[in-house]
Design a protein around this ligand. Structure first.
Ligand SMILES: CCCCCCCCCCCCC/C=C/[C@@H](O)[C@H](COP(=O)(O)O)NC(=O)CCCCC
Ligand SMILES: Nc1ncnc2c1ncn2[C@@H]1O[C@H](COP(=O)(O)OP(=O)(O)O)[C@@H](O)[C@H]1O
Ligand SMILES: [Ca+2]
Length: 565
């Protein structure tokens, strides 16, 4: 955004009974105390009056005495500004009778606390007269009016059954008051059934809104994502059943208020799953482009995914967890243990095309941070690559397919790092939000102990790919075909469920004669939703949607973008 040119403003006002020099330019609001703070007894009306009287005299000779220390807020992080509410008790305790009428304004702003968490703080500035107070209020509000990226009207979908079933409560207690404070108007829909939000987005007048917000987990986000992408393609007459279609990007941003079980999309794009932090990112109008992967079975669209598309271990965890939904987020822990103990592997073929133009690689020890250089560079290189393809100056890409045949514990595509509270660095720590590529992780058949060692590394700082049975590739597309599809004619158009229904229970797994398991197929976990097909193809669509987020901020800024793991 272009900085707004405003005449710099500078005055002496009082903050908590202390005279301060307050200054404002188009970028920042800053203040410093003019004298060191004494004890709290100085916070009386008499002192405050004196402070303000003295302030009048000081206004012209400010530059002389600025002690070190002070506060500074970027204008872009001010939530709102308003006349201070001076209630009766406060008025009397401050002995305001010594002043004819108090004049003060309050600035609400973002303060960073620990672990990427944000809070809304307030500071009140007391003015010597009404004219000065109005002058400051106007200058600040003019600057806020120029923050054009901020949403004014939002459409909110709340899943009342996600996570610990607290979505509605979280929204009403923690989020709605902040949206009110920021002057954002909202239309709120509490969903009544699964896919309510998705279907509604096909009908709703999107022009009325500056953003869509979902309150829930990754499943709820997925609903909104499907509704929005589907709606935009429908409006533009793009056939999403065509796996080669160039999908049209969605201009309207999506916000996520985390109230689910994993909250991976929120965690990986903000750095924490905290409703207040997410609400503040929405208010400030942050924008984070996000790659979206489409999943097809031949010419049939199945689903979109932005975080994990996983077959084998994560598919089985999901299947098992659904039976215990009543346990809330803990269902995944129980399912994780059960699935780990059952130790299944699945046979099939994985084929992929590497994302040759991608600037990073899955094991380069970088992380996708706010304003990521690797995402920027990759997307530039992808544009050039696509232009070259259109001009026909690239060799036939069909030759670039690589194939892995075998027995797998897991086949995962991570379009982002997939960090979440269970795994703070995620499934693929160096994956990027907006590089136009996904990391394909293939965990070959291995012993229980080795698989456990691999899983444990998702929770500590060690490299989970540093095993001979794990391989990882940065890809633009991949296909998976389970063994039984290859054994059949490989062209079966019938649904997997019919085929697997027959075969799964007929064939005894040769890998596990001792456990007598008869499972040939796993299922796909697609951002926490199941797919009804096992033979699939996935393709990454670079930066198809935008979120109200800014990527994870570096707490120790060195190289602003891609910090070392
Ligand atoms: C012995 C220690 C083992 C620890 C392994 C931890 C590995 C965790 C990786 C988690 C990746 C999560 C990827 C995100 C998936 C979500 O989209 C999905 C749905 O979320 P929600 O809608 O909010 O419920 N969550 C899952 O599939 C849960 C995976 C849990 C695996 C244990
Ligand atoms: N009112 C509703 N009743 C039942 N299911 C719903 C409702 N609203 C949304 N859903 C579905 O609930 C599922 C899980 O939602 P989510 O918010 O991701 O919670 P969790 O993280 O606990 O899985 C999603 O598949 C979503 O489509
Ligand atoms: Ca990506």
């Amino acid at each position: 955004m272009e900085p707004v040119m405003v005449p710099a403003l500078r005055s002496v006002l009082a903050v908590s009974g202390q005279s301060c020099e307050l200054s404002l330019d188009s970028e920042r609001l800053a203040w410093r105390e003019l004298r060191p703070r004494r004890d709290r007894s100085r916070r009386t009306g008499v002192c405050l009056t004196r402070v303000l009287q003295r302030a009048r005299g000081l206004t012209d000779s400010l530059s002389r005495q600025l002690p070190s220390g002070g506060h500074s807020i970027p204008v872009s992080e001010i939530v709102s500004v308003g006349e201070a509410e001076i209630d009766e008790t406060y008025h009397h305790s401050m002995k305001w009778e010594h002043m004819c009428k108090p004049h003060a304004f309050t600035v609400n702003y973002v303060q960073r606390v620990k672990n990427h968490r944000w809070r809304c703080k307030a500071v009140t500035f007391w003015c010597s007269d009404e004219v000065l107070c109005c002058h400051w209020l106007k200058a600040l509000n003019d600057l806020l009016d120029h923050q054009t990226c901020r949403p004014k009207h939002l459409l909110i979908y709340i899943n009342p059954y996600g996570g610990k079933k607290k979505g509605k409560q979280i929204y009403e207690k923690k989020v709605a008051p902040l949206f009110n404070l920021a002057g954002i108007s909202t239309d709120v829909i509490v969903t009544e059934f699964a896919n309510h939000a998705r279907d509604d987005l096909y009908e709703v007048n999107l022009e009325k809104y500056d953003g869509i917000v979902c309150v829930g987990g990754d499943g709820m986000f997925s609903e909104v994502l499907h509704g929005l992408i589907g709606r935009v393609q429908k409006d533009k007459d793009i056939d999403h059943d065509n796996p080669e279609a160039n999908l049209s990007p969605c201009a309207i941003r999506i916000g996520i208020i985390p109230a689910g079980s994993t909250d991976c999309v929120c965690f990986a794009t903000v750095g924490i799953n905290d409703p207040v932090t997410s609400a503040l990112h929405i208010i400030l109008g942050d924008s984070q482009p996000l790659d979206v992967c489409s999943v097809h079975r031949k010419k049939r669209f199945l689903k979109y995914t932005v975080s994990l598309l996983g077959y084998g271990f994560y598919g089985d965890v999901l299947k098992c967890s659904e039976k215990n939904r009543w346990l809330g987020p803990a269902r995944y822990d129980l399912a994780g243990i059960k699935t780990f103990l059952s130790h299944h592997c699945y046979e099939g073929t994985v084929s992929f095309q590497a994302a040759k133009w991608a600037a990073g690689s899955p094991r380069d020890l970088t992380r996708c941070m706010s304003g990521c250089d690797i995402c920027r560079q990759s997307s530039k290189q992808l544009d050039e690559h696509q232009k070259a393809q259109t001009l026909g100056s690239l060799q036939n890409e069909q030759e670039d397919w690589k194939t892995i045949k075998g027995k797998f514990m897991a086949v995962n595509a991570a379009n982002m790092c997939c960090a979440c509270p269970r795994s703070p660095k995620g499934l693929s720590p160096a994956a990027h939000l907006a590089d136009g590529a996904a990391d394909l992780i293939v965990v070959h058949k291995c012993s229980r102990l080795n698989f456990l060692r691999h899983l444990i590394r998702h929770t500590n700082k060690k490299d989970q790919f540093d095993f001979p049975f794990v391989e990882v590739h940065r890809v633009k597309t991949f296909q998976f075909t389970p063994k039984h599809f290859e054994d059949e004619d490989g062209d079966a158009e019938s649904t997997d469920l019919r085929i697997s229904g027959k075969k799964n229970f007929a064939q005894i797994c040769t890998d596990h004669p001792s456990c007598g398991c008869n499972q040939v197929n796993s299922i796909w976990n697609c951002d926490g939703e199941t797919l009804d097909q096992t033979a699939i193809e996935m393709r990454v669509h670079s930066q198809l949607v935008k979120l109200f987020a800014r990527g994870v901020e570096d707490s120790k800024p060195k190289n602003k973008c891609s910090s070392r793991i």
